[in-house]
Design a protein around this ligand. Structure first.
Ligand SMILES: Cc1cc2nc3c(=O)[nH]c(=O)nc-3n(C[C@H](O)[C@H](O)[C@H](O)COP(=O)(O)OP(=O)(O)OC[C@H]3O[C@@H](n4cnc5c(N)ncnc54)[C@H](O)[C@@H]3O)c2cc1C
Length: 281
């Protein structure tokens, strides 16, 4: 073999290697780019300001607040099962910070929504009542002990009271809208009157869209004349009938006002549930 032939072989091999390396780099970059989640807008250490762009009154004391994210393609970046801290001023001008769970997911881009029940004497309720389109809300997060991973349990039992529905709605939506997730969700949702039920349309439409996967049982303290849900407070019997039986692969999630949380804790213990998780008000 002469020198010229060897040199041309070297050049061909080198060119081949270069093309192969380039192909690997381009493929890896394309994979990384396509699988990279958009960066979230939250900071766990510092409050960030989000502009209120829409406010929709849902009932006499409940409103849906829509906040704009920095760009139309931004996502909030809140892991499923976590919440945000919102800071405001009460009627005395004192600072107040409370937890809230958006009803939107990261599949909703460019904005996030809060459904807020405003209590007459509530400190943060005052702040939300006073908020107008164009105002900014200070938000910090993500926060919370619970983080949902698809497939972590076979089924969830959920017990919610009043505005305690929002963390449950967020987890249920994420489960049901993920085609790879087969987890079942059984929700008991307690309120005083029919008008107090938050997100009713959304919950009923999830139940209609995912029969067998998502069930909701409403319980009212003061039911209307015609009512086919539960009546009174959530009882042990209601939990036995409407939640999955205690097992290693089920979990009960609950969120509600403190007296309800206390009563539900006692019921769950008496029924032998060891895998439950409380979202503290
Ligand atoms: C994880 C988590 C997520 C939450 N997400 C939401 C949400 O998305 N939307 C929402 O509206 N709330 C949500 N809450 C409740 C919220 O954090 C506040 O507790 C609520 O807004 C009341 O705060 P406040 O400062 O206005 O009332 P406070 O000043 O704390 O309470 C004053 C008075 O208001 C009444 N009150 C307050 N809370 C309740 C209650 N739960 N039930 C009945 N009466 C009450 C009572 O009369 C009380 O004495 C969530 C709570 C948790 C733990």
């Amino acid at each position: 073999m002469d020198l010229e032939f060897l040199q041309s072989m070297d050049v061909q091999i080198l060119a081949g290697v270069a093309v192969a390396v380039l192909a690997v780099v381009v493929t890896a970059a394309a994979f990384l780019f396509s699988s990279k989640k958009p960066k979230g807008c939250l900071d766990p250490e510092n409050f960030k300001e989000f502009k209120l762009v829409k406010r929709q009154q849902l009932s006499h004391n409940v409103a849906k607040f829509t906040f704009e994210l920095p760009t139309p393609t931004s996502v909030l970046g809140l892991p499923i099962g976590q919440h945000i801290s919102c800071r405001g001023k009460d009627s005395q001008g004192e600072e107040v910070i409370k937890p809230y769970t958006p009803t939107t997911l990261d599949s909703d881009v460019g904005y996030f929504e809060l459904v807020i029940k405003m209590y007459p004497q509530g400190r943060m309720s005052h702040h939300f009542r006073e908020m107008r389109v164009g105002d900014y809300l200070s938000v910090k997060g993500p926060k919370g002990r619970f983080k949902y991973q698809p497939g972590q349990v076979r089924a969830f039992g959920m017990i919610a009271g009043g505005s305690g529905i929002t963390p449950m709605f967020q987890v249920a939506r994420a489960i049901l809208e993920n085609p790879k997730d087969t987890t079942n969700v059984h929700l008991i949702y307690a309120n005083v009157t029919n008008d107090d039920i938050l997100l009713k349309e959304e919950l009923d439409s999830l139940a209609a869209k995912y029969p067998g996967r998502f069930n909701v049982y409403y319980v009212l303290n003061q039911p209307p004349e015609v009512w086919n849900g539960g009546v009174g407070f959530v009882s042990k019997e209601m939990i036995q009938t409407h939640c999955p039986a205690p097992a290693h692969d089920i979990q009960i999630l609950r969120c509600g006002p403190p007296p309800m949380n206390k009563a539900m804790g006692a019921h769950l213990e008496a029924l032998g549930y060891s895998t439950e998780m409380l979202f503290q008000f």
